[in-house]
Every structure is written in C-alpha cells, then in structure tokens.
Design a protein around this ligand. Structure first.
Ligand code: TGC
Ligand code: FAD
Length: 398
C-alpha cells in the first residue's frame, strides 16, 4: 500500500534518473561524513578549509556539468542542483564555495574563454588544485552592477585594471578571479563590460579578507583591489560584451541556490521535528501541542513547493527550455521560504536553538546572505514584476 513520506511527500526523488541519484548519494555521503564534522568549527572560527576544494574535486563535484575534456563529468543540471542541496544541507558557506567555483568561474571560462584559457584553467579548477572567485559587485554598485566603475584601459599587449570589487566569495584564497570591468579602448571611451581572468600574483592586485561577518562564516569573503594591474590580452575573454556575460553565470549560480536552500530548509525542519518529539514540557512532548504541529505542517508544505520548483526547473534546464525569469522566481521563493523555515525552527528549539551544537542558528544567519546575494529577494521581485507588466520599476520615474 502507498505510504506518506514525511521528508519527500510528493516523492520527487523517485523521479530522478539513475545517474542523478548516484551523484546525489555520493554528495550526501561526502557532505555528511566530511563537511558536517567541520561546520561548527568553520562557523565559530570563520574558517574555510582549502582541502575541501580538493576533496570535492576528487569526487567530481566541481563544474560537474562541464565537458569531461576539461575535467567535468558531463552530469545533468539536475545533478548539479542535487549536489548543491546536499552541500547546503550542511552549510550555505560550503555550497557558496562550490557555486562560485562551478557556475561563476568554470562556466564563464567554458562559455566565453579561448581554447587556450580552457585548457590552462579548467582541469585544475575541476580538481580543486586552483580556487576561483568572481568579481561583479563593487562598494558603490551592488544591485545595479551595470553602473560599475572598475575600468580596464587598453595598452600594448593587454589591459590596465583599476578599481575594487567587494563582498567576493573565495577572494582571499583564490588563485584566479573572473573580474568584470568597463573596457575602454582609450581613456575617454565610455567602455563596455568585458570579462578578464586575474591571477593572484599579478602586480598591483590584492584580495584582503572581510572579517567579522555574522553570516556565512565558514566561507571566505573579501575584496579584489586593482591598482594599475596589467592583464595580458590572453587573459581577456575575446567576444563577450555587456551584462550578458556576468548574467549568464548568475543564471546558473542562482539555479544552484534554488536547490541549495532546499537542503538548508529540510535540515531545519527535520531538526525541529526531532526536537519537539523528544523535548517534554508540561508533562508531554512539545509535539503533542497544536501550534508545533501546524508549524511542522506549514514547513513541510513549503518544503514540498521548494522541492518541486527546483526539480522542475532542473528538468526544464536539462531539456533546454528554461528562462532566466524562471530562475528568478525559484531563487527568490526558495531563499525567502528557507529563511522563514529556519527562523521558525530556531524558535522551536527554545534556548538550545541559539547554540552552535544544534546547528540551526547558523542556517538562519547564513540564509540572510543567501537571500541577499545573487540578486536580493526584492530585486528578483522587480525582475518578475517587469516580466509580468512590461514596465521596469528599478529606476523611479517622475
Ligand atoms: P537589463 O536591462 O535588465 O539587462 C541588460 C542586458 O542583460 C540581459 N539580461 C540577461 N541575460 C541573461 N540572463 C539574465 N538573467 C539577464 N538579465 C538581463 C538583458 O536582456 C540585456 O541585454 P541587452 O542585449 O538587451 O543589452 O539590465 P539592468 O541594468 O536594468 O539590470 C537590472 C537587474 C536588477 C536585472 C540586474 O542588474 C540584477 O540582476 N541585479 C542583481 C545583481 C546581482 O545579482 N549580483 C550578483 C553578484 S555575484 C554574487 O552575488 C555571487 S554570491 C555567490 C555565492 O557565494 O554563492
Ligand atoms: P544594495 O544594492 O545597496 O541594496 C540594499 C537594499 O536596497 C536591498 O534590500 C535591495 O533589495 C534594495 N534595493 C536596491 N535597489 C532597489 C530598487 N531599485 N528598488 C527597490 N529596492 C532596491 N558579489 C559578487 O560579485 N561576487 C561574489 O562572490 C559575492 N559574494 C557575496 C558573499 C556574501 C556573503 C554577500 C553578503 C554578498 C556577496 N556578493 C557577491 C554581493 C551581493 O551580490 C550583493 O550584496 C547584492 O547583489 C546586493 O547588493 P548590495 O549589497 O550592494 O545592496
């Protein structure tokens, strides 16, 4: 007879193909055995262990969907999402590392790079021998990256970069950085956005760490500072121009986040369910009361929607039928919903909910960043609003 699965009520995992399921199981086993034991220390001490890069590389979890010729495994988009879900079940910071390496560094080199750039960087990024970062956001330009002020001015044999990027995941530990700058053929030229591959030992380049974050503490974040940095022509992407370059990368990373947040929300719900089942007050398990029961019912209903949205989007991506506004819808819904679930799960743990040992509060804190980066909750609302009405509301009129 049919039964009701309290972790996967609409049985989406039963729809997964054999290859996707195997990748999910590999990622789950890795995340639970190798990442989970490091997460508390990572959060307490603001520490990302760079060995994680090599471990993920060994298992084929970096740039998984890329061509095996360059170190990928040719896995599906669904499999990429399932990896994000397992890694973020432990910590959004570890998923951030994986997202940046795969979607924001390997993907643009694969899509926009020359054959030489692909051969030089992709295999080593796939094994985790090299760590990458992605610089779009600047101190004065976050939601509106099109107004960026970092410049690349043409010179003999290359480009001179000046400016600064801020809030850059992995930057302090990165060997290579994809940086987006206004490229000018001459000083008076307005410039068009182009992408460059910066290497850590280039003169004039530095990447200081951003300390004292209260969120995403198991992930390194920093700046990218350019003071007359010479980047040779062979490190420039030859053809891609405008925001389409960075947005192509963001579409992929945002999709991964839509899946990753499913893992974080599932973790918080399962922890809350276990806690109220075991903890007694007034002589009864807390789970025997109506309020905790409907909180769990609401969480499971929300998680079911998140699971089905991520799974369906993956399928549409695998079939080549996705649109970037679908990604905005899923990223926005799943981040906002995961954050809501994490906060309620924290409350249901009472005082224990604030301790690192129960590992719910760090999901609350992490999801605050996840709801902000890669386009905030409200920015994705405005992207959808423009799609629905055909009127942009980013810039006030009148
Ligand atoms: P807009 O006029 O909308 O677009 C300019 C051109 O880009 C095209 N486009 C897209 N193409 C592909 N995919 C998308 N998602 C696209 N969105 C827009 C568009 O068609 C147009 O092309 P063309 O040929 O007509 O010129 O540009 P806008 O300046 O009005 O953009 C506004 C807005 C809000 C949509 C955009 O700027 C935005 O998305 N802002 C959010 C910024 C953001 O997401 N930053 C992320 C930084 S990276 C990061 O956070 C990494 S964290 C990673 C981790 O640790 O996990
Ligand atoms: P702002 O754009 O200043 O927005 C502030 C508030 O105003 C938000 O609530 C926003 O929704 C709202 N707002 C802005 N414009 C409008 C509008 N027109 N209408 C209505 N409301 C509006 N960036 C990278 O490039 N690479 C990275 O690797 C990276 N990693 C990150 C890691 C972390 C931990 C964090 C926190 C951020 C990271 N970011 C990265 C930056 C991130 O993408 C930006 O923080 C984000 O895009 C928002 O920009 P902002 O912080 O400048 O906020």
């Amino acid at each position: 007879s049919n039964s009701f699965n309290i972790d996967d009520p609409f049985l989406f995992e039963s729809e997964l193909g054999e290859d996707d399921r195997m990748i999910m199981e590999t990622a789950r086993e890795y995340a639970q055995s190798k990442l989970e034991p490091r997460a508390l220390k990572g959060n307490q001490e603001e520490y990302f262990d760079p060995e994680i890069a090599k471990e993920m590389g060994d298992l084929g979890l970096l740039g998984s969907y890329l061509d095996p010729k360059y170190g990928g495994t040719g896995a599906s988009q669904t499999a990429y999402g399932l990896i994000a879900r397992e890694v973020e079940r432990v910590d959004s910071g570890y998923r951030s590392f994986m997202s940046v390496q795969s979607s924001l560094v390997m993907l643009p080199i694969n899509e926009f790079g020359t054959e030489e750039q692909k051969e030089r960087f992709l295999p080593k990024l796939a094994t985790g021998e090299l760590i990458g970062c992605f610089g779009l956001t600047e101190p004065d330009h976050g939601s509106d990256p099109g107004s960026m002020s970092t410049t690349a001015v043409k010179t003999d044999g290359g480009w001179i970069l000046n400016g600064a990027k801020m809030w850059i995941t992995n930057s302090p530990i990165a060997d290579v950085g994809i940086v987006w700058a206004k490229a000018k053929e001459s000083k008076d030229d307005d410039g068009e956005i182009r992408g460059f591959i910066v290497e850590k030992d280039m003169d004039g380049y530095s990447a200081p760490a951003t300390k004292h974050k209260m969120s995403l503490r198991a992930s390194e974040t920093g700046e990218m500072v350019f003071e007359d940095v010479f980047v040779p022509d062979e490190n420039a992407f030859p053809d891609i121009r405008g925001l389409k370059g960075p947005f192509t990368c963001l579409n992929s990373a945002r999709y991964g986040i839509a899946w990753g947040t499913v893992g974080a929300a599932e973790f918080c719900y399962q922890k809350a369910r276990q806690y109220v089942g075991e903890r007694k007050q007034f002589g009864h398990p807390i789970a025997a009361n109506q309020l905790p029961q409907t909180k769990l019912a609401n969480m499971l209903t929300d998680i079911t929607q998140m699971q089905l949205l991520a799974w369906r989007l993956g399928k549409l991506k695998d079939e080549g039928r996705s649109h970037h506004s679908m990604v905005s819808l899923a990223k926005r819904n799943n981040c906002g919903t995961a954050l809501k679930i994490a906060r309620i799960a924290r409350d249901m743990h009472g005082a224990n909910g604030i301790t690192g040992e129960y590992r719910v509060i760090h999901h609350v804190m992490n999801l605050e960043s996840v709801n902000t980066y890669e386009g905030t909750y409200d920015i994705h609302g405005l992207i959808l609003g423009r799609e629905i009405t055909d009127i942009q509301a980013f810039v006030p009129r009148g």
